[in-house]
Design a protein around this ligand. Structure first.
Ligand code: ATP
Ligand code: MG
Length: 555
C-alpha cells in the first residue's frame, strides 16, 4: 500500500533506473528549438514532456536555442518561442541558453579530436564525399585525406577557422568507420566553412559545427542528463554517444527517443503553412485554424488544456496520429467549470412580447455557471423586445421540434414562459419578427409548477444587446480527401473553414473582457475574444469548440 499506482511512461522508467543505479544524481532536461519558425502543437508536446519531467523529478529544465546554423535563423522567432514556452507554463527562469555561446567549446572539442587522431581535415568536394559514403548495402571508401598527420590537421583546421578557405573547400570529419552499417558513423562531417554572419556571434566565426556534433556538446556542457528527442534521431544516437565519449564529457548525457506527435488532417509543415499564409488562405501564422502555439492561444486553447492533451497522448516509440477531436475534448473539459455561460444569439430574429409593458426592464439574476457556484451571478436585462436564434422558431415544425412555432409555449431561459401568437415575414417569405405573449406567473425561480413546457431557448434583450462579430471554424483541410493531394503535393483545402457572422448579438455583460478571455455561449459552444481584431466597442469572438461531440476517450 502507499505505492504509486499511476503507471509510468517508458522515459520515466528509464529515468528511474538511471537514478537507482546512480548514473545521475538529478534530472536535467531541455527543449532545444532552432529559431527558424513558430512552434506548433508537436513542439508543445516536447516542451510539456521535458519541463514536466524536470518538475516531477525535482530537476531542472533548460530552454536552449539551437542557433548553430546561421543561414536559417531569425531573431524574431527567438522572442515568439520564449513567449510560447512561458505561456505553456514551462519554467526556464535562470536557464535560458544559446548554443552559439558554445562555439569556443565546440572548437576546442574539435581540436581535441584531431589531437587524439579522431578527426581529420578533408578536401573532397561535397559530391565526392557523398560518393565515398557508400549506400545502405555497400560500405563506404576511406577519404584519401583520412591519414593526414595530426600536425597537418591542426594547421589546416586553424586555417579553416582563420578564413583561409572558401565555403565547401575543406571540412573537418570525425574519423570513425567507413564500413559501419550505420551511415551516420561513416566519417561524418563535423565542421564546415561558411562565410556567413551569425545573429549572435556576427562575423567572429567562418566555420560552423554540424548538428550531430554540436548537439551532444550542447547537452554535455549544460549537464543535461536525459536528452529527449524524436525518433528520426535514433540512428544518430551512436554518433551522439561517440562525440560525448571522445570529447571526454563526464557525466555523459543520454539520448532517449520518442515518436513525434501528429494530428490527423492537420497541417504542421513549415513549408505548407508558409504557402497558406502567402496565398492568403489564412491570416498569418497565428490564424485560429492553424495549430501553431500562437494560433491555438488565439483560438482560445489554454495551457491546461494542452497539458491535458499531452498527458492523454502519452509518450511512445510507435508512430501514430491523434485525432483533433481529442484536443477539443481537452479544452471542453478545461473550460466547463471555469467559464461563465453567457447569452449570445448568432443568427438573430426579433421576438416581441406583445403583452409586456413597453417601457419596462426587469433585471433578472442569472448563475454564471450552474456547475460552479463560485463563479457567482450576474444581472440580465429582460424587456419587451428580444433577439432569439432564427432556428429556434419554425412556421411548420417537424415532429419532435419543441421550440417556438405558432401556438407553442417555451421557456425563455432564466425568464418566463412565452407562447407564440404570430409572426411577420419579408417579401421573400423570411421570418423577420416573431410575436408572443408571456405569462407573469412563470418566472424562473418563482417555484411555478402549474404546467410544463418541453423547450427552453436563449435570448438577449434587444435594446441592451451588443452587436458582435463571431467567427465559426471548420477544419482547414477537406477531411474526405486528406491533407495532401497525392499527385502534386498540393493541399486539399476546405472552402468553408471560416464563417464570419457580423450581425450577432451578445448580452451586455462583456465590459472589461479582453483578448484571449473565453466564455461559454449557451448552446453554441465556447468562444474567445480575438486578440488581433476585437475592440471593446466591436467585439470579435472566435469559436474555440462547439459544446458536443461524438468523441470518446481512447481506452
Ligand atoms: P526543423 O528541424 O524542420 O526546423 P523541427 O520541428 O524539428 O523543425 P526544432 O526546432 O528542431 O524544429 O524542434 C525542437 C524540438 O521539438 C526538437 O527536440 C524536436 O524533436 C521537437 N519536436 C519537433 N516536432 C515535434 C513533434 N511533432 N512532436 C514532438 N516533438 C517534436
Ligand atoms: Mg529539427
Amino acid at each position: 500500500m502507499g505505492e504509486e499506482t499511476v503507471s509510468k511512461n517508458f522515459i520515466e522508467q528509464e529515468i528511474d533506473k538511471d537514478l537507482a543505479e546512480g548514473v545521475y544524481q538529478e534530472v536535467c532536461t531541455r527543449f532545444p528549438p532552432e529559431p527558424n519558425g513558430y512552434l506548433h502543437i508537436g513542439h508543445a508536446k516536447s516542451i510539456i514532456l521535458n519541463s514536466g519531467l524536470a518538475k516531477k523529478y525535482n530537476g531542472t529544465f533548460h530552454l536552449r536555442f539551437d542557433d548553430t546554423n546561421p543561414t536559417k535563423e531569425d531573431m524574431e522567432f527567438v522572442e515568439s518561442i520564449k513567449a510560447d514556452v512561458e505561456w505553456l507554463g514551462a519554467d526556464f527562469k535562470d536557464h535560458l541558453y544559446y548554443a552559439s555561446d558554445y562555439f569556443p567549446v565546440m572548437y576546442e572539442c574539435a581540436v581535441k579530436l584531431i589531437k587524439k587522431g579522431k578527426a581529420f581535415v578533408c578536401d573532397l568536394s561535397p559530391e565526392e564525399i557523398r560518393e565515398y559514403r557508400g549506400t545502405l548495402k555497400e560500405p563506404g571508401k576511406n577519404s584519401p585525406y583520412r591519414d593526414r598527420p595530426v600536425e597537418e590537421n591542426l594547421k589546416l583546421f586553424e586555417e579553416m577557422k582563420n578564413g583561409v578557405y572558401k565555403d565547401g573547400e575543406k571540412v573537418l570529419r570525425a574519423k570513425i568507420d567507413m564500413a559501419s552499417p550505420n551511415i551516420n558513423m561513416r566519417d561524418p562531417v563535423i565542421y564546415r566553412v561558411a562565410h556567413m554572419t551569425h545573429h549572435n556571434t556576427g562575423n567572429q566565426w567562418c566555420i560552423y559545427p554540424m548538428y550531430d556534433f554540436a548537439h551532444p556538446i550542447e547537452d554535455a556542457v549544460e549537464k543535461i542528463t536525459h536528452s529527449i528527442c524524436t525518433l528520426e534521431f535514433e540512428d544518430h544516437r551512436p554518433l551522439y554517444d561517440w562525440v560525448v565519449r571522445e570529447c571526454e564529457f563526464d557525466p555523459a548525457p543520454r539520448q532517449i527517443e520518442f515518436a513525434k506527435l501528429y494530428l490527423t488532417n492537420v497541417v504542421t509543415g513549415k513549408r505548407y503553412i508558409k504557402k497558406l499564409v502567402e496565398d492568403g488562405i489564412v491570416d498569418g501564422w497565428d490564424d485560429p485554424r492553424l495549430v501553431s502555439i500562437a494560433a491555438l492561444r488565439r483560438r482560445g486553447f489554454t495551457p491546461e488544456s494542452l497539458r491535458m492533451f499531452v498527458e492523454l497522448c502519452g509518450v511512445s516509440k510507435a508512430q501514430g496520429s491523434v485525432d483533433y477531436a481529442m484536443l477539443e475534448y481537452c479544452i471542453r473539459e478545461d473550460l466547463k467549470m471555469k467559464r461563465s455561460r453567457m447569452m449570445a444569439v448568432l443568427d438573430p430574429i426579433k421576438l416581441v412580447i406583445d403583452n409586456y409593458p413597453e417601457e419596462e426592464t426587469e433585471w433578472l439574476e442569472a448563475e454564471n455557471n450552474l456547475e460552479n457556484e463560485a463563479l457567482g451571478k450576474r444581472k440580465l436585462p429582460f424587456c419587451r423586445e428580444l433577439y432569439i436564434e432564427r432556428d429556434d422558431f419554425m412556421i411548420e415544425p417537424p415532429k419532435k421540434y419543441f421550440r417556438l412555432f405558432p401556438g407553442n409555449e417555451v421557456r425563455l431561459m432564466q425568464a418566463y414562459f412565452v407562447k407564440c401568437t404570430d409572426y411577420e415575414t419579408d417579401a421573400e417569405g423570411n421570418v423577420t419578427v416573431v410575436h408572443c405573449t408571456y405569462d407573469p406567473e412563470t418566472k424562473s425561480g418563482s417555484g411555478f409548477t402549474g404546467r410544463k413546457v418541453k423547450g427552453t431557448i436563449h435570448w438577449v434583450a434587444a435594446p441592451y444587446a451588443k452587436q458582435a462579430e463571431v467567427r465559426l471554424y471548420e477544419n482547414l483541410i477537406d477531411e474526405e480527401k486528406g491533407v495532401y493531394n497525392e499527385e502534386d503535393g498540393s493541399m486539399n483545402i476546405n472552402p468553408n473553414s471560416l464563417e464570419v457572422r457580423k450581425n450577432c448579438y451578445v448580452e451586455p455583460n462583456f465590459d472589461g473582457a479582453k483578448a484571449y478571455d473565453s466564455f461559454q455561449f449557451v448552446r453554441t459552444g465556447y468562444f474567445c475574444i480575438d486578440a488581433k481584431d476585437s475592440t471593446p466597442d466591436a467585439l470579435v469572438f472566435n469559436r474555440i469548440v462547439s459544446l458536443k461531440s461524438s468523441f470518446k476517450l481512447p481506452k
